[in-house]
Design a binder for this molecule. Structure first.
Ligand SMILES: [Zn+2]
Ligand SMILES: [Zn+2]
Length: 257
Protein backbone atom coordinates (compact mmCIF):
# COMPACT_ATOMS: atom_id res chain seq x y z
CA UNK A 1 0.00 0.00 0.00
CA UNK A 2 0.93 3.66 -0.31
CA UNK A 3 0.33 6.80 1.70
CA UNK A 4 0.31 9.90 -0.50
CA UNK A 5 0.32 13.30 1.16
CA UNK A 6 -1.94 15.30 -1.15
CA UNK A 7 -1.94 18.50 0.91
CA UNK A 8 0.26 19.28 3.89
CA UNK A 9 -0.74 22.87 4.72
CA UNK A 10 -2.70 24.17 7.68
CA UNK A 11 -6.00 26.05 7.71
CA UNK A 12 -4.20 29.13 6.32
CA UNK A 13 -4.14 29.31 2.54
CA UNK A 14 -0.56 29.03 1.34
CA UNK A 15 1.35 29.36 -1.93
CA UNK A 16 3.55 26.46 -0.84
CA UNK A 17 1.05 23.82 0.27
CA UNK A 18 -2.50 22.69 -0.35
CA UNK A 19 -4.82 22.19 2.62
CA UNK A 20 -4.57 18.93 4.55
CA UNK A 21 -5.49 15.74 2.69
CA UNK A 22 -4.03 12.22 2.59
CA UNK A 23 -4.64 9.40 0.11
CA UNK A 24 -4.44 5.78 1.31
CA UNK A 25 -3.95 3.52 -1.69
CA UNK A 26 -4.33 -0.23 -1.24
CA UNK A 27 -5.20 -3.30 -3.28
CA UNK A 28 -8.66 -3.47 -1.68
CA UNK A 29 -9.74 0.18 -1.41
CA UNK A 30 -8.47 3.71 -2.09
CA UNK A 31 -9.47 6.18 0.61
CA UNK A 32 -9.02 9.94 0.68
CA UNK A 33 -8.85 11.49 4.15
CA UNK A 34 -10.53 14.92 4.08
CA UNK A 35 -11.46 17.04 1.10
CA UNK A 36 -10.81 20.68 1.94
CA UNK A 37 -10.83 23.77 -0.23
CA UNK A 38 -8.85 23.12 -3.44
CA UNK A 39 -8.63 19.33 -3.03
CA UNK A 40 -9.51 18.58 -6.68
CA UNK A 41 -6.50 20.59 -7.90
CA UNK A 42 -4.30 19.15 -5.15
CA UNK A 43 -5.17 15.61 -6.35
CA UNK A 44 -4.26 16.58 -9.92
CA UNK A 45 -0.91 17.93 -8.70
CA UNK A 46 -0.21 14.49 -7.18
CA UNK A 47 -1.39 12.74 -10.38
CA UNK A 48 -4.28 11.01 -8.59
CA UNK A 49 -7.17 10.12 -10.90
CA UNK A 50 -10.40 11.32 -9.21
CA UNK A 51 -12.05 8.10 -10.31
CA UNK A 52 -9.51 5.89 -8.58
CA UNK A 53 -10.95 7.09 -5.27
CA UNK A 54 -13.33 4.53 -3.73
CA UNK A 55 -14.14 6.52 -0.61
CA UNK A 56 -13.58 9.74 1.31
CA UNK A 57 -13.54 10.06 5.11
CA UNK A 58 -14.01 13.35 6.96
CA UNK A 59 -12.36 14.11 10.29
CA UNK A 60 -14.28 17.39 10.82
CA UNK A 61 -15.91 20.17 8.84
CA UNK A 62 -13.49 23.10 8.98
CA UNK A 63 -13.19 24.48 5.45
CA UNK A 64 -9.61 23.22 5.00
CA UNK A 65 -10.93 19.65 5.48
CA UNK A 66 -14.44 19.76 4.02
CA UNK A 67 -15.46 22.43 1.54
CA UNK A 68 -13.63 20.92 -1.47
CA UNK A 69 -16.03 17.98 -1.55
CA UNK A 70 -18.65 19.78 -3.70
CA UNK A 71 -16.06 20.63 -6.36
CA UNK A 72 -14.51 17.15 -6.24
CA UNK A 73 -17.83 15.35 -6.74
CA UNK A 74 -18.63 17.82 -9.54
CA UNK A 75 -15.40 16.74 -11.27
CA UNK A 76 -16.32 13.07 -10.83
CA UNK A 77 -19.73 13.73 -12.40
CA UNK A 78 -18.27 15.72 -15.32
CA UNK A 79 -15.77 12.94 -16.03
CA UNK A 80 -18.57 10.38 -16.42
CA UNK A 81 -17.68 8.36 -13.34
CA UNK A 82 -19.55 5.06 -12.99
CA UNK A 83 -17.78 3.64 -9.93
CA UNK A 84 -19.60 3.81 -6.59
CA UNK A 85 -18.27 6.40 -4.11
CA UNK A 86 -18.61 5.99 -0.35
CA UNK A 87 -18.40 8.97 2.00
CA UNK A 88 -17.64 8.28 5.67
CA UNK A 89 -18.43 10.92 8.26
CA UNK A 90 -19.47 10.91 11.91
CA UNK A 91 -23.15 9.99 12.18
CA UNK A 92 -24.01 13.47 13.57
CA UNK A 93 -22.53 15.10 10.46
CA UNK A 94 -24.34 13.07 7.80
CA UNK A 95 -27.15 15.58 7.37
CA UNK A 96 -24.92 18.67 6.85
CA UNK A 97 -22.99 16.67 4.21
CA UNK A 98 -26.18 15.79 2.35
CA UNK A 99 -27.21 19.45 2.56
CA UNK A 100 -23.88 20.74 1.21
CA UNK A 101 -24.12 18.45 -1.82
CA UNK A 102 -27.72 19.57 -2.38
CA UNK A 103 -26.76 23.27 -2.29
CA UNK A 104 -24.03 22.78 -4.91
CA UNK A 105 -26.54 20.93 -7.16
CA UNK A 106 -24.93 17.52 -6.70
CA UNK A 107 -28.19 15.61 -6.46
CA UNK A 108 -27.49 11.88 -5.95
CA UNK A 109 -30.02 10.92 -8.65
CA UNK A 110 -28.17 12.93 -11.32
CA UNK A 111 -24.55 11.97 -10.57
CA UNK A 112 -24.41 8.92 -12.84
CA UNK A 113 -22.78 6.84 -10.10
CA UNK A 114 -23.93 5.46 -6.76
CA UNK A 115 -23.12 7.72 -3.81
CA UNK A 116 -23.18 5.98 -0.44
CA UNK A 117 -22.93 7.93 2.83
CA UNK A 118 -21.99 6.00 5.98
CA UNK A 119 -22.14 7.57 9.46
CA UNK A 120 -19.47 6.22 11.78
CA UNK A 121 -19.56 6.19 15.59
CA UNK A 122 -16.64 6.84 17.91
CA UNK A 123 -14.65 3.85 19.16
CA UNK A 124 -16.37 1.45 16.76
CA UNK A 125 -14.33 -0.56 14.29
CA UNK A 126 -15.53 0.07 10.73
CA UNK A 127 -14.67 -2.48 8.08
CA UNK A 128 -14.25 -0.70 4.75
CA UNK A 129 -13.01 -3.62 2.63
CA UNK A 130 -11.03 -6.80 3.03
CA UNK A 131 -7.89 -5.96 5.00
CA UNK A 132 -8.98 -2.32 5.41
CA UNK A 133 -10.62 -0.99 8.59
CA UNK A 134 -10.61 2.16 10.70
CA UNK A 135 -11.66 3.46 14.10
CA UNK A 136 -12.40 7.09 14.99
CA UNK A 137 -12.00 8.66 18.42
CA UNK A 138 -13.22 12.09 19.45
CA UNK A 139 -10.56 14.70 20.06
CA UNK A 140 -10.99 18.21 21.48
CA UNK A 141 -10.31 20.24 18.30
CA UNK A 142 -13.93 21.33 17.79
CA UNK A 143 -15.60 22.26 21.07
CA UNK A 144 -18.30 24.79 22.01
CA UNK A 145 -16.45 28.08 22.61
CA UNK A 146 -17.15 30.56 25.39
CA UNK A 147 -20.61 29.22 26.19
CA UNK A 148 -21.98 30.75 23.01
CA UNK A 149 -23.60 28.09 20.91
CA UNK A 150 -23.19 28.99 17.27
CA UNK A 151 -24.28 25.50 16.31
CA UNK A 152 -25.66 22.53 18.22
CA UNK A 153 -23.33 20.59 20.49
CA UNK A 154 -24.13 17.46 18.47
CA UNK A 155 -22.11 19.04 15.63
CA UNK A 156 -19.02 19.64 17.79
CA UNK A 157 -17.31 16.63 16.26
CA UNK A 158 -13.65 16.19 15.37
CA UNK A 159 -12.01 12.81 14.93
CA UNK A 160 -8.59 11.28 15.20
CA UNK A 161 -8.31 8.05 13.22
CA UNK A 162 -6.52 4.73 13.35
CA UNK A 163 -6.38 2.42 10.33
CA UNK A 164 -5.40 -1.19 9.81
CA UNK A 165 -4.61 -1.71 6.13
CA UNK A 166 -2.96 -4.82 4.71
CA UNK A 167 -1.38 -5.53 8.10
CA UNK A 168 -0.12 -1.96 8.58
CA UNK A 169 -1.20 0.11 11.57
CA UNK A 170 -1.56 3.84 10.83
CA UNK A 171 -2.59 6.55 13.29
CA UNK A 172 -3.61 10.00 12.08
CA UNK A 173 -4.20 12.71 14.69
CA UNK A 174 -5.90 15.10 12.23
CA UNK A 175 -6.42 18.53 13.85
CA UNK A 176 -6.15 18.38 17.65
CA UNK A 177 -7.30 20.69 20.45
CA UNK A 178 -4.37 20.10 22.79
CA UNK A 179 -1.27 17.87 23.06
CA UNK A 180 -3.37 15.38 25.11
CA UNK A 181 -5.21 14.45 21.91
CA UNK A 182 -1.96 13.08 20.48
CA UNK A 183 -2.28 10.08 22.84
CA UNK A 184 -5.82 8.93 21.96
CA UNK A 185 -4.47 5.69 20.46
CA UNK A 186 -1.61 5.25 22.93
CA UNK A 187 -2.20 1.50 23.35
CA UNK A 188 -1.11 1.02 19.74
CA UNK A 189 2.48 1.03 18.58
CA UNK A 190 1.73 2.01 15.00
CA UNK A 191 3.91 1.47 11.96
CA UNK A 192 3.06 5.00 10.88
CA UNK A 193 2.06 7.91 13.12
CA UNK A 194 0.88 10.97 11.18
CA UNK A 195 0.56 14.11 13.26
CA UNK A 196 -0.64 17.61 12.61
CA UNK A 197 1.62 20.54 13.53
CA UNK A 198 -0.52 23.70 13.58
CA UNK A 199 -2.02 23.30 17.07
CA UNK A 200 1.01 21.93 18.94
CA UNK A 201 4.72 22.70 19.34
CA UNK A 202 7.74 20.69 18.15
CA UNK A 203 8.52 19.75 21.79
CA UNK A 204 5.13 17.98 21.95
CA UNK A 205 6.20 15.87 18.97
CA UNK A 206 9.33 14.76 20.77
CA UNK A 207 7.32 13.65 23.82
CA UNK A 208 4.75 11.81 21.72
CA UNK A 209 7.44 10.04 19.72
CA UNK A 210 9.14 8.86 22.91
CA UNK A 211 5.86 7.58 24.41
CA UNK A 212 4.18 6.05 21.34
CA UNK A 213 7.42 4.92 19.68
CA UNK A 214 6.04 4.41 16.17
CA UNK A 215 8.25 2.88 13.48
CA UNK A 216 7.93 6.17 11.57
CA UNK A 217 6.39 9.57 12.19
CA UNK A 218 5.14 11.99 9.52
CA UNK A 219 4.44 15.66 10.26
CA UNK A 220 1.75 17.47 8.26
CA UNK A 221 -0.81 20.35 8.55
CA UNK A 222 2.10 22.78 8.66
CA UNK A 223 1.71 26.55 9.01
CA UNK A 224 4.15 28.52 6.83
CA UNK A 225 4.96 30.68 9.89
CA UNK A 226 5.88 27.62 11.95
CA UNK A 227 7.93 25.90 9.26
CA UNK A 228 11.32 27.37 10.18
CA UNK A 229 10.85 26.56 13.87
CA UNK A 230 9.93 23.01 12.90
CA UNK A 231 13.02 22.63 10.70
CA UNK A 232 15.27 24.03 13.48
CA UNK A 233 13.84 21.46 15.89
CA UNK A 234 14.28 18.68 13.34
CA UNK A 235 17.88 19.65 12.52
CA UNK A 236 18.79 19.39 16.21
CA UNK A 237 17.48 15.84 16.63
CA UNK A 238 19.98 13.02 16.76
CA UNK A 239 20.51 11.03 13.55
CA UNK A 240 18.57 7.95 14.72
CA UNK A 241 15.47 10.03 15.40
CA UNK A 242 15.77 12.04 12.17
CA UNK A 243 15.75 8.77 10.22
CA UNK A 244 12.33 7.96 11.66
CA UNK A 245 10.70 11.40 11.36
CA UNK A 246 9.66 13.11 8.12
CA UNK A 247 8.46 16.69 7.63
CA UNK A 248 5.95 16.22 4.79
CA UNK A 249 5.53 18.20 1.62
CA UNK A 250 2.73 17.97 -0.93
CA UNK A 251 3.05 14.87 -3.12
CA UNK A 252 5.25 12.90 -0.68
CA UNK A 253 4.73 9.14 -1.14
CA UNK A 254 5.41 6.50 1.54
CA UNK A 255 5.27 2.92 0.30
CA UNK A 256 4.50 0.15 2.81
CA UNK A 257 4.13 -3.60 2.54
ZN1 LIG B 1 -7.15 21.95 9.61
ZN1 LIG C 1 -9.69 22.10 11.96
Amino acid sequence: MKIIFIGTGSGKTSKERFHSSIFLESAAFNLLIDAGDGVAKALMNSSIDFNSINGIIFTHYHADHFTGIGALITQMKISGRKLELTLFTHKNLVEPLINLLYYVYMFPETLGFNLKIIGYRFAEKMIVAEDFSFMAKQNSHVVPKGGIEFYPESMCISSSLSFTIAGNSIVYTSDVGSPNDLYLFDTLKPDIYITEMAHIEPEDLYLVFKKINPAKMFITHIDDEKFNKLVDWYDNLDDALRDKITICNDGLVETLG
